[in-house]
Design a protein around this ligand. Structure first.
Ligand SMILES: [Zn+2]
Length: 114
């Protein structure tokens, strides 16, 4: 389950940050996840429960910011929204593009702690 690996590495960063700031409690963790990143939200929440158990983040809330996917059309020099992740065609000119600009994000965007 790749959500566990993802959450484990996110939590390593969170705990490092908490330690660096002398925090005793982590209240909220916000992740930015692209809709094409292949992450299942339910599995992610489950992984979060597992990896935060017995840590200072045990009572923290997990928020997920879903990042919509978009690809770039070189011909129009514009981005357009897509709902799948391989070769997509521009809705303006029909040009095929494999240049996905957003939608595969997997990153820690915010940590709230005290
Ligand atoms: Zn175009």
């Amino acid at each position: 389950m790749h959500e566990v690996g993802l959450m484990t590495s996110a939590m390593e960063t969170v705990l490092e940050q908490a330690q660096a700031h002398g925090a005793r409690r982590v209240h909220r963790i916000v992740l930015r996840i692209g809709v094409l990143a292949g992450v299942d939200p339910a599995s992610l929440r489950f992984a979060f429960e597992v990896v935060t158990r017995d840590t200072i983040a045990a009572d923290a809330d997990l928020d997920v910011d879903a990042v919509p996917a978009s690809a770039y059309c070189a011909k129009c020099a514009k981005e357009f929204g897509v709902d799948h992740g391989y070769i997509v065609s521009c809705p303006r000119c029909g040009q095929l593009s494999g240049d996905l600009r957003r939608g595969r994000e997997l990153e820690l965007s915010r940590i709230e702690m005290s």
